[in-house]
Design a protein around this ligand. Structure first.
Ligand code: PLP
Length: 394
């Protein structure tokens, strides 16, 4: 390759200098992140040559390696090859999509469903399609990053309400709703870093009162809460959540995202959501795998009940409040403390994620434990004992 002269490189030097300074600033605050090479085999992972028991994965039902799910993917690859080849609007809308979307709508009790490339792409597409400049989006302050990204992309005014604080949301709606054409309330159904549920009945009531559409992101709800049907099914009577989105990459064990809603809303997404229209369809094998996984979720209540029961065994052993999902946070505050605690657990053979800002608010760095149907009760007890004696007491 010909060498560029130094004037051509000056831009590159400043680029690396700026990136390097940003990295150094992160490192100084214990916020540098590097993906560690990890091979996963169900609840076990191998990292740095060591085999660890993982409490850090969102594959709550271990469906990513369920024989029927794997076989469905293998069969689809054999029949259709690997990639979809184009956007769903061009030639990427494999017939398996219709089957998956009908299963999702049935599971969620909606008229229709629409599959996206991922949960992130779903939220970005849904929110930016529905909302615009004269509108307002009211977002729980702890909701997932992609909800905020979608809200910002839409150009709507964004109002954050205090976590699960429906009184605060009510005040914001009373003050702001009338200034806007349309309004959306957006929240996680199960909060990804805290594991608590959104108060969907109260949010649905505010949604009616203020004519503000309600979106619940059920990435961590499906397959785990509400008998596997997700967060709105965890309440009786079931609150009306017009926009139920979620992902196929957690309890469903594969990849992809979805929206369950009315026919009209789903048709609009298929025509207008940029992240669907301008992005290649999912590989047929991953669609086939999701179909098989949803069949298991719909018909195997015993497996579906396990992650929550195992999370509860852990919270009981530690004297924490009862887990309400498969996610249990142990907040330690300081990023360095969270990293040190995760390192200690690793020496004991456990992989647990240390979660730091900006994923969680400043001063709330934590260990995040996630529970799988395949975890062994004795391992959970041993983990709880170490956390109690060597992390919480110190
Ligand atoms: C993981 C997650 C997403 C993103 O889903 P992907 O399919 O991984 O892109 C969206 N929302 C919440 C609450 C999540 O936890």
């Amino acid at each position: 390759m010909p060498r560029a002269d130094s004037s051509d490189l000056s831009g590159t030097y400043s680029l690396d200098a700026v990136a390097g300074a940003k990295l150094a600033a992160l490192e100084a605050k214990a916020l540098l992140r590097t993906p560690a090479e990890t091979t996963r085999d169900g609840v076990h992972v191998t990292r740095g040559g060591r085999r660890l028991l993982s409490f850090a994965c969102n594959d709550y039902l271990d469906l990513s390696r369920h024989p029927a799910v794997k076989q469905a993917a293998v069969d689809a690859i054999g029949k259709y090859g690997v990639g979809a080849g184009a956007s769903r609007l061009v030639t990427g809308n494999h017939p398996l999509y219709a089957e998956l979307e009908s299963k999702l709508a049935t599971l969620k009790g909606t008229e229709a469903a629409c599959v996206f490339g991922s949960g992130y792409l779903a939220n970005v597409g849904i929110i930016s399609t529905l909302m615009g400049r004269n509108d307002a989006v009211f977002v729980d302050e702890l909701a997932h990053n992609c909800i905020l990204s979608g809200a910002k992309m839409s150009g709507a005014a964004v109002h954050l309400f205090r976590h699960n604080d429906t009184a605060h949301l009510g005040e914001l709606l009373a003050a702001e709703r009338a200034k806007h054409r349309h309004a959306l309330i957006a929240t996680d159904g199960v909060f990804s870093m805290d594991g608590d549920l959104a108060p969907l009945p109260a949010l649905a009531a505010l949604s009616d009162q203020f004519d503000a559409w309600l979106l619940a992101d059920d990435a961590h709800g499906v397959g785990v809460v509400g008998g596997g049907r997700g967060s709105s099914f965890a309440f009786t009577p079931r609150p009306h959540v017009a926009l139920q989105m979620g992902t196929l990459s957690k309890a469903v064990g594969g990849y992809g995202g979805y929206l369950c809603a009315s026919h009209t809303v789903v048709d609009l997404m298929k025509s207008r959501a940029g992240s669907l229209v301008y992005s290649t369809g999912l590989p047929p094998a991953i669609v086939a795998a999701a179909i098989a996984a949803l069949d298991i979720i719909a018909t195997d209540p015993v497996t579906v009940a396990k992650p929550l029961a195992k999370a509860r065994a852990f919270t009981t052993a530690l004297g924490l409040g009862d887990a309400t999902s498969a996610i249990v946070p142990v907040v330690l505050g300081d990023s360095k403390a969270a990293l040190a605690a995760a390192a200690l657990l690793e020496t004991e053979g456990f992989l647990v994620a240390a979660i730091r800002p900006p994923t969680v608010p400043q001063g709330t760095a934590r260990l995040r434990f996630t529970f799988s149907a395949s975890h062994d009760d004795a391992d959970i007890n041993r983990l709880a004992a170490i956390v109690a004696e060597r992390i919480l007491k110190s």
